[in-house]
Design a protein around this ligand. Structure first.
Ligand SMILES: Nc1ncnc2c1ncn2[C@@H]1O[C@H](COP(=O)(O)OP(=O)(O)OP(=O)(O)O)[C@@H](O)[C@H]1O
Ligand SMILES: [Mg+2]
Length: 306
């Protein structure tokens, strides 16, 4: 039997699918893009990663899937470190997770069936008939079985996402990574993708790690959430904890909480805006801490309210 999102989020000590320790990445520059990240992602949970543009979310994801090596620190996937291991070993571990990137990463010259089948042909010795059945199952899971013969150019953006998900599911992964799964989709299609992600996580018990800017989606799918800021974990907590911060009307929030509230509500005023106003060119160029200057008066929006 599968557990509800709430019971999963409440359990304090659960086996980890992913453990990240002191992860640092500078890309050779003066400023750390990832600045000592520590994070435990529990088996079976859906963890949403949030943070401002350029704060390092995709970079962090790329470390977790082994496509980038950090300057220092460690990442364990399903109990095995992926830092500094041979490519062959990494490829074995890669079979245990699926990735859904923004584009869906489909091959344009292949129909949907072949797009999914090629993963199975590449990584298994299964006979063609078995592969055929498995492909049908995966396409059915994402609601595309009847569209198997279509080329990616013949389907909509939402269908491409679902086809990408069928590909990601091909090898029955234990972990699914998503980078902006609802980007570029209309609100209804985006909500459909959310429901698909929830049902896959409940049906299959997979661990899901989701980077998203869409707050409606984040609060629909998350068991826990993590907010990154300047390459560090600003807060990790249950969805309910983040809901409390989002909905708080208190003036006594800590600076971090006020920053999180502004981010979650997309508010015009708050510490994030102040920080942008007080940053200067040198900080942008060199990653130096800017001297505090008096904040400018807020700009009055001129766009007409609809
Ligand atoms: N390979 C790289 N070499 C050098 N710098 C990089 C590299 N990859 C990413 N960066 C830098 O790391 C920072 C974080 O980028 P990243 O793409 O992780 O941000 P993000 O949080 O995913 O942003 P967005 O929300 O806009 O997708 C950026 O300043 C980016 O320029
Ligand atoms: Mg990104």
């Amino acid at each position: 039997m599968t557990e509800s999102a709430d019971t999963i989020a409440d359990k304090p000590q659960r086996p980890c699918a992913i453990r990240v320790r002191d992860l640092v990445q500078t890309f050779g520059g003066p400023r750390a893009i990832l600045d000592g990240i520590n994070l435990d992602i529990y088996r079976g949970e859906t963890l949403v990663i949030m943070g401002g543009s350029g704060c390092g979310k995709s970079t962090f994801l790329r470390h977790m899937i082994g496509s980038l090596q950090p300057d220092s620190g460690d990442i364990e996937l399903l109990g095995q470190s992926i830092i500094g291991i041979e490519e062959e070993q990494l490829n074995e571990i890669r079979k245990r997770f699926g990735i859904l990137f923004q584009s869906g990463a489909l091959f344009n010259s292949m129909n949907l069936r072949d797009n999914v089948a090629m993963i199975l042909m590449e990584h298994t010795d299964l006979p063609e008939e078995t592969i055929d059945i498995m492909v049908k199952i995966k396409l059915e899971m994402v609601g595309l079985r009847e569209h198997w013969s279509k080329l990616p150019s013949e389907i909509s953006g939402g269908m491409k996402k679902r086809a990408g998900l069928a590909r990601a599911l091909a090898l029955d992964p234990q972990i699914l990574f998503y980078d902006e799964p609802s980007a570029g989709l209309d609100p209804v299609t985006s909500a459909e993708i959310d429901q698909l992600m929830i049902s896959l996580s409940r049906q299959l018990g997979v661990t899901s790690v989701v980077v998203t800017h869409e707050m409606d989606s984040a609060f629909t799918i998350a068991d826990r959430m993590v907010m990154l800021d300047k390459g560090r974990v600003l807060k990790i907590g249950t969805r309910q904890e983040f809901e409390q911060i989002r909905d708080s009307t208190s003036n006594d929030l800590s600076t971090d909480e006020a920053l999180i509230r502004q981010f979650l509500t997309g508010s015009f005023e708050g510490p994030l805006t102040q920080r942008k106003q007080t940053s200067n060119y040198a900080e942008d160029l060199l990653g130096l801490v800017a001297p505090q200057i008096a904040s400018r008066p807020a700009v009055t929006p001129t766009r007409a309210k609809v």
